[in-house]
Design a protein around this ligand. Structure first.
Ligand code: SAM
Length: 258
């Protein structure tokens, strides 16, 4: 989809990109193809994909071409109408118009691949709710603001290491697959982006029913970064939150809950 096509499609429905909703549309079709391949490759079909913020449908179209079932959620009514017109006749496509932060999630998550060029404004809360969930998705491939991607993959003692790193890495193996310059989107955002892939760990240390508690514990601990964990949780631990590895976080959680 060229920039011209994006402009024309929006104009035909009297729409303009809404910065408030993080509407930056991918216009590089090769890159879109690469993202879809990164989401599906090496996983045997049938593919069930939950797409967040399909926008004008650049990824949706390619996913449907590949034979995937796509359940999409788009907050913008005008874009939802365009998507229904484009893909509504396709039996493998279902669209929910609404806010992903309020939406019902596909279940069981393990059967679903999650994909999306996420709106920057919601990526923090969305990822946190993703990591609190009992069960991981089959795979996740999302485009994020570069700084958020770096927080996801950060190691202990790196400045980007924080609660998001611990919550995410305790459930998923996370890699940055590609960095994207602002110019691949229309309109170009002010920040750089990165495509991140998350795959479930073989043996997560936190049982599903304890994930909410574990994530709350990690967040609370990082909110008072300066305090050692010993002072915070009344145990023999002189280190600060950012000095512990993810497996040490899991161990501490296991000890604390006895
Ligand atoms: N996937 C399209 C692409 O790559 O060109 C659009 C990506 S754009 C960065 C983000 C999309 O998410 C927009 O279509 C926007 O309307 C939608 N969106 C923003 N906030 C949302 C929310 N809370 N729930 C669902 N969709 C949202």
């Amino acid at each position: 989809m060229s920039i011209r096509e994006i402009r024309e499609r929006l104009a035909a429905s009297a729409l303009r990109p809404q910065r408030r909703l993080g509407q930056h549309f991918l216009h590089d079709r090769n890159l879109a193809r690469w993202i879809v391949d990164a989401a599906l490759q090496e996983l045997p079909g049938p593919w069930r994909v939950w797409e967040i913020g399909p926008g004008l449908g650049i990824l949706t179209e390619l996913l449907l071409e590949k034979g995937a079932e796509v359940r999409a959620i788009e907050i913008d009514r005008g874009l939802a109408a365009i998507l229904r017109e484009r893909f509504g006749a396709e039996a493998r496509f279902a669209l929910h118009q609404g806010d992903v932060l309020q939406a019902e999630w596909p279940d069981p998550a393990g059967e679903w691949i999650l994909i999306g060029n996420l709106p920057y404004s919601i990526s923090g809360p969305f990822l946190a709710s993703l990591f609190r969930r009992r069960a991981p998705f089959r795979r996740i491939v999302v485009t994020l603001q570069r700084e958020v991607a770096e927080r996801l993959v950060a190691a202990p003692r790196q400045s980007a290491f924080g609660s998001l790193s611990v919550m995410g890495q305790s459930l998923y193996r996370i890699v940055i697959r590609k960095r994207l310059p602002p110019s691949v989107f229309y309109p170009a955002p002010k920040v750089e982006s990165a495509v991140v892939r998350l795959e479930p760990l073989g043996e997560p240390g936190i049982p599903g029913e304890e994930r909410e508690g574990f994530c709350a514990f990690v967040r609370e601990s990082f909110q008072q970064r300066r305090k050692s964990l010993g002072r915070r949780w009344n145990r023999k631990e002189p280190r600060r939150p950012e000095e512990l590895s993810v497996s040490e976080w899991v161990e501490i959680w296991q000890e604390l809950r006895g």
